[in-house]
Write a protein that binds this ligand. Sequence first.
Ligand SMILES: *[C@@H]1O[C@H](CO)[C@@H](O)[C@H](O)[C@H]1NC(C)=O
Ligand SMILES: *[C@@H]1O[C@H](CO)[C@@H](O)[C@H](O)[C@H]1NC(C)=O
Ligand SMILES: *[C@@H]1O[C@H](CO)[C@@H](O)[C@H](O)[C@H]1NC(C)=O
Ligand SMILES: *[C@@H]1O[C@H](CO)[C@@H](O)[C@H](O)[C@H]1NC(C)=O
Ligand SMILES: *[C@@H]1O[C@H](CO)[C@@H](O)[C@H](O)[C@H]1NC(C)=O
Ligand SMILES: *[C@@H]1O[C@H](CO)[C@@H](O)[C@H](O)[C@H]1NC(C)=O
Length: 608
Amino acid sequence: MDRILPLLLLAAAAVVLGAGGTEISHNNRALVIDGERRIIVSGSIHYPRSTPEMWPELIRKAKEGGLDAIETYVFWNGHEPRKRQYNFEGKGLPAWLRDISGMQFRMHNDPFEKKMETFTSLIVAKLKEAKLFAGQGGPIILSQYTLDNSSSTSATSSSTSACFISNKFEDRDVNVTLDDGATHVIVPAWSVSILPGCKAVAYNTARIKTQTSVMAKKPHQLPETTTAAGQQQPMWSWMPENLAPFMTDEKGSFRKNELLEQITTSADESDYLWYRTSFEHKGEASYKLHVNTTGHELYAFVNGKLVGKHHSPNGGFVFQLETPVKLHSGKNYISLLSATIGLKNYGALFEMMPAGIVGGPVKLIKTTSNTTAMDLSNSSWSYKSGLAGEYRSIHLDGDDTRQQWQSLNGTIPVHRPFTWYKATFSAPAGSEPVVADLLGLGKGVAWVNGHNLGRYWPSYVASDMAVRLQRHLQGGRGRGPVPLGVRGARPAVLPRLVLFEEAGGDPSAAAFKTVGVGAACVEGVQVGDDVALACGGHGRTISSVDVASVGVTRGRCGGAYEGGCESEKALEALKKACVGKESCTVRHTEEFLVAAGVSGELTVQVTC
Ligand SMILES: *[C@@H]1O[C@H](CO)[C@@H](O)[C@H](O)[C@H]1NC(C)=O
Ligand SMILES: *[C@@H]1O[C@H](CO)[C@@H](O)[C@H](O)[C@H]1NC(C)=O
Ligand SMILES: *[C@@H]1O[C@H](CO)[C@@H](O)[C@H](O)[C@H]1NC(C)=O
Ligand SMILES: *[C@@H]1O[C@H](CO)[C@@H](O)[C@H](O)[C@H]1NC(C)=O
Ligand SMILES: *[C@@H]1O[C@H](CO)[C@@H](O)[C@H](O)[C@H]1NC(C)=O
Ligand SMILES: *[C@@H]1O[C@H](CO)[C@@H](O)[C@H](O)[C@H]1NC(C)=O
């Protein structure tokens, strides 16, 4: 357990069992640990995506799952949010990098490599100081920084080459013929084969017969001491986001006669940026307001009234909002709230990818003829980054008497856009990781106990933008939709959830749920080998055996397996040994086989 430790890495660093001063070297074929050539099976654990309290268990599970190294990124924007201002409390590339002239991210690019060197030197110094490198007796065996376009790893002559072949199909093995035309390799479904010298397979990841688990959410058990009152639904209070200031002449942060790019303008301080302009108009009139933006969301107000909203559809970033508007006689205001959802973090020139109403155009179009009545693109625009609530730090929910949370015995307005909500929940019992389940909400930002969880958008279909815009490197303000470990001794810490709901939603079903193993599976076990299953501790036990089939099966844990034959005998034996237990081990024997000629591999799925 103490032999495997988390460790930081420059862009991707691997860590391995380092007991005592371990000697790490490499030749052109392999990593050599204490004189022995090793294939290291490593997996990623991104430390900011969990809380420190969760790390020991994540690492224990990684080890139980067959990993002998852990790889982790060092999240640059989390640690250097502003140039040379370091923070080791809390992800990705920081937004300020974009502002450096000649900058190209993750390329052989002088400005990038210089800034990166400053940062990586600092990290390496910190790691050395803490004696974390293998040569110092620590667990870190390798650190590396990654450039997307790197020639440094591409110098391969044929005599020293190694081939890594991955089969991404989940349901079929693939027969691959190498460039030499003579070497044929069968790569099993969803696996990677390693061929030193590109001649013969030395290792394939499908050989690792370890449990696959599918996590499931469940409402948390209330502590036994909870009083009847404590078991009631949490009491919600609410507050409107104060939109008024940016609907009129209130001062913005600055003015400019052009439409600016959002990320640079807001310096990644907030996901929200206001743009406002005003103009005189003679008499009343109807127009179409046209706004062209590079994403990701836009809310348009005319004279204080929300007239339209739209977001980047289907992973596209540029979109146009067109909506009918009425102008009155005299001074009219157009206020545009642009919001980012998370930014691209890889690909050529991704640092150039803009967001917001950069350049527009923003114009008023005559409804009768579809011709431009007024092009406002170069008008005087006033800017302000962030929400009024963010300025007041109401998401941190400090002891601020100016805060006017309203609650009529927990009665709150629902489906109201631009609304802040707050509630304190009873503390989850037990020790399993906790997630905030925000189904019922529309779209917005969530904080727990003052920590930004990132964006939520439960109504959005996963295949859409939500996936493409996964917040990672430069754009990330929060941690994203990841498990949230509630800090501290659990019963003592009441999770306080603050939501900024921008689209309108109903928070009454929001809940904290624990996450644990739902389904556990072992596939392809040979006769004579053991089937070992476990529910991951925390008192969870196996409730049923759902699959016990022999033969070549294909499928996914938690779903259906196809192709095999159910083995009554295996089912019986597994039920007896496993149901009601936190873990169990059953040897696969000839007895479980169903028919001669059917492959003897056993596949098992249980529910925890
Ligand atoms: C890497 O960048 C160089 C110069 O910027 C370019 O000529 C080359 O084609 C790029 N290589 C790859 C693999 O993208
Ligand atoms: C793989 O493909 C090669 C060339 O097409 C063929 O000669 C070989 O028999 C195949 N192997 C299997 C196991 O299908
Ligand atoms: C919208 O803006 C993008 C990016 O500036 C530009 O490429 C595109 O031509 C514009 N489209 C329209 C309809 O104005
Ligand atoms: C104006 O454009 C819209 C679509 O953008 C179209 O439906 C409408 O018929 C057009 N009106 C005129 C008068 O051309
Ligand atoms: C706005 O300013 C830009 C840059 O000066 C210019 O290219 C563009 O034509 C102007 N647009 C309008 C509508 O005046
Ligand atoms: C609030 O709820 C309590 C308990 O249910 C009740 O006694 C009280 O009258 C309610 N107050 C209002 C203003 O509805």
